[in-house]
Ligand binder design. Structure first.
Ligand code: PXP
Length: 238
């Protein structure tokens, strides 16, 4: 079955809005796991706007599934990951003024640094995934620099407003999944996925895990984390 990684960043966004101790993303992660999530994802951003170091450290100690740490390709973050040893690291581009991650990493541009950093992370026993566009050149480079996985950026598909445009983006994603699999890369996907737009992605063969944050936390704020995760898992089962 397609796996679900729940991103709990925006539980921390609510906490940081008040600068207090609640709601706690660690508690949210536990509820998501109890509801059946296969993994927990957090993005430790350089500006610490939501997830804090303490959250990742506690998650490392408490979660029972898999911890996927999303982070930028900086020396600070690489040292943090090497100390913490999450199950997986997903490298993402990061801009201070963006509301959320905008687009995939430019793996072609970064390939020399990526190769070095990926080797270090893998030597520490960390599975490495690169957040990339569904683009054949980028996928080939992900393979060449030694990544274990590509997480295909689904954001453009999610933003399309017409059926024709959506279909075009789905075809791009489908081609990318099959190219990545042929090269031996594992394939995850995420960004912008919600209860309404997920079905065609679920129907694709070759994707292992979907990482979903905003839509699950949004629904959880109204119906609770348990129900929000279970409803998403039901959609993943098709
Ligand atoms: N995957 C990656 C690499 C991301 O950066 C994000 C956003 O933090 C997600 C998945 C989840 O996106 P969303 O919050 O839109 O579900």
């Amino acid at each position: 079955m397609l796996k679900l990684g729940v991103n709990v960043d925006h539980i921390a966004t609510i906490r940081q809005a008040r600068g207090v101790a609640e709601p706690d993303p660690v508690a949210a992660a536990m509820l998501a796991e109890l509801a059946g999530a296969h993994g927990i994802t957090v993005h430790l951003r350089e500006d610490r706007r939501h997830i804090q170091d303490r959250d990742v450290e506690l998650l490392r100690l408490t979660i029972k599934t898999r911890l996927n740490l999303e982070m930028a390709l900086t020396d600070e973050m690489i040292s943090f990951a090497l100390k913490l040893v999450p199950d997986a690291v997903t490298l993402v581009p990061e801009g201070r003024h963006e509301l959320t991650t905008e687009g995939g990493l430019d793996v072609n541009l970064l390939r020399t640094t990526l190769k070095q950093k990926i080797t270090r992370l893998k030597q520490a026993g960390i599975v490495v995934s690169l957040f990339g566009e569904p683009d054949l050149e980028q996928i080939k480079t992900c393979h060449r620099v030694g990544a274990d996985y590509i997480e295909i950026h689904t954001g453009t598909y999610c933003e399309m407003r017409t059926e024709t445009d959506r279909l075009k983006q789905l075809q791009r994603i489908e081609l990318a999944v099959s190219a990545a699999r042929k090269l031996g890369l594992g394939v995850n996907a995420g960004h912008g996925l919600n209860y309404q737009n997920i079905a065609p992605i679920v129907a694709m063969k070759g994707i292992e895990e979907l990482n979903i944050g905003h839509s699950i936390v949004a629904r959880a704020s109204l119906v609770g984390m348990d129900r929000a995760v279970r409803e998403m898992l039901a959609l993943l089962k098709g």
